[in-house]
Design a binder for this molecule. Structure first.
Ligand code: F0G
Length: 454
């Protein structure tokens, strides 16, 4: 059959409140044209993020009821730990309330002034937590990873030559080599198994531990199965174990590939590091058998980890984004190719060449998707990255808009609707105008800046 159906039935629904373009125009004005300022009830299709927005399964909701809220030694923790170790057999698994808490704990121990931490591309919270300790975060993704048109199958790969020369020149300052799978900041692009193994081998040759930011590990493993020579016959579970077999530790946000609405963990093999991390955890998150979570959250994650490696689910998941991507390309909408695992990244600067980068083409596209269709997407461009520490402003490398797909939430007709809204945007693109920022905070302005249409 040609149609890949959603591999689930729907037992519980959340109604979508229908709104009109006129209504949405006034809601936009009230939010000063910042989509973070909208109430989510006023959004029809929310593609702001795939993080924490998954639909949990009946089995997960059942597990929630089984959650045991004991302060210490809860059976929920042991079920969680067993599910993590089944896929990622690290000696120590330390729960946290989300991914950035695991990062903060890790880098508070191994970061610090003068340290240098390479990765393919650090996600912004990872970079933020590294830099907050005074250390330097270095991105070493392959050149194809910077080229939106390159069809390289593993655009998340790290440049092994540059990794090796960094370790040769600054090795004494490198406490860990990291790798983000999939590479979110680079468009949700996967890393090949060969590249993971090679990067780990280089790290180990220089005596450095190798850590994986595993947020979207299952999507990455699916891409390995589909695209990497010799991997097609292996199960996703087997590939996942292989990916983590070369690592000495990991950070994780369970809000992505664990189908949970909250949660994360830090896992390590090193006993001394684990002891230091648990001491820090007790200070900032909670006792080591719950981290920052309720027992019921740990149970939801345990079941989510069993469900996420289901190949029927992963086929549908990755295909949904590819489908939207193919149809956008057919409309002449430029996108980052190939389509990543969790999102379609639209090149707003390419679509709206008459809007200068400092007039925020990404913001123009994102606000018009909302006004015309009630879709909320996320600007990843000059609004997000253009603000300089000295208060000046410069154009970001690219002006993208990310359509991040929540897991198991939307159906094929929602995807078709998104494409239709783009059709409308394309028909009117010459009439779209840029924006001016009327007020902004000193840092991370995209969350709260106020805009005025030009
Ligand atoms: N690492 C990656 C690759 C991520 O994508 C994220 C979150 C984190 C770490 C931090 O995890 O949110 O649980 O603290 N990404 C979300 C996003 C926010 O929308 O891409 P967290």
């Amino acid at each position: 059959m040609r149609t890949i159906i959603e591999p689930f039935r729907i037992k519980s629904v959340e109604p979508i409140r229908m709104t009109t373009p006129v209504e949405r125009r006034s809601l936009l004005e009230r939010a000063a044209f910042n989509l973070f300022g909208l109430a989510s009830d006023d959004v029809m299709i929310d593609l702001l993020t795939d993080s924490g927005t998954s639909a949990m399964s009946a089995a997960q909701w059942g597990a929630v009821m089984r959650g045991d809220e004991s302060y210490a030694g809860s059976p929920s923790f042991y079920r969680f730990e067993k599910a993590v170790k089944n896929l990622m057999p690290f000696r120590h698994v330390i729960p946290t309330h989300q991914g950035r808490a695991a990062e903060a704990i890790l880098f508070s121990i191994i970061g610090g002034k003068g340290q240098v931490i390479p990765s393919n591309t650090h996600f912004d919270t990872t970079r933020g937590n590294i830099e907050a300790t005074g250390a330097k975060a270095v991105d070493l993704v392959i050149a194809e990873g910077h080229d939106p048109a390159s069809l390289h199958p593993f655009k998340g790969n790290i440049d092994l030559g540059r990794l090796e020369s960094l370790l040769q020149s600054e090795g004494d300052s490198v406490p860990v080599v990291m790798m983000t799978v999939t590479n979110n900041a680079g468009g949700g692009q996967p890393v090949s198994l060969a590249n993971l193994h090679a990067a780990a081998a280089i790290a180990h040759r220089f005596g450095k531990p190798f850590f994986i930011d595993g947020c979207r590990f299952a999507e990455n493993a699916w891409f390995i199965k589909c695209r990497e020579p010799g991997q097609a016959e292996r199960s996703v579970e087997d590939i996942v174990r292989d990916m983590f077999s070369v690592a000495d530790g990991m950070t994780m946000s369970a809000k992505k590939d664990a189908f949970a609405n909250i949660g994360g963990w830090l896992a390590v093999n090193d006993d001394t590091l684990a002891a230091a991390a648990r001491n820090r955890l007790i200070l900032t998150e909670g006792f080591p058998t719950y981290g920052g979570l309720a027992g019921r959250d740990l149970d939801a994650i345990a079941i989510g980890l069993e469900e996420i490696v289901d190949e029927q689910y992963l086929r549908y998941r990755v295909r949904t984004n590819e489908y939207i991507g193919e149809r956008l390309i057919a409309l002449g909408v430029p996108i980052v190719r190939p389509v990543g695992g969790h999102a379609v990244f639209v090149d707003a600067r390419g679509l709206l060449p008459h809007i200068a980068p400092l007039q925020y083409p990404g913001q123009a596209l994102a606000t018009s998707l909302y006004e015309l269709g009630g879709i909320r997407a996320c600007e990843i461009g000059t609004v997000m990255f253009g603000q300089q520490p000295d208060g000046s402003e410069k154009a970001a490398d690219m002006d993208l808009v990310r359509l991040a797909m929540p897991r198991r939430v939307y159906t094929q007709s929602h995807a078709d609707y998104v494409v239709e809204v783009f059709e409308e945007v394309v028909a009117r693109r010459d009439t779209l105008r840029g924006f001016r920022i009327v007020s902004q905070p000193p840092r991370l302005r995209h969350f709260t800046a106020r805009f005025e249409p030009l």
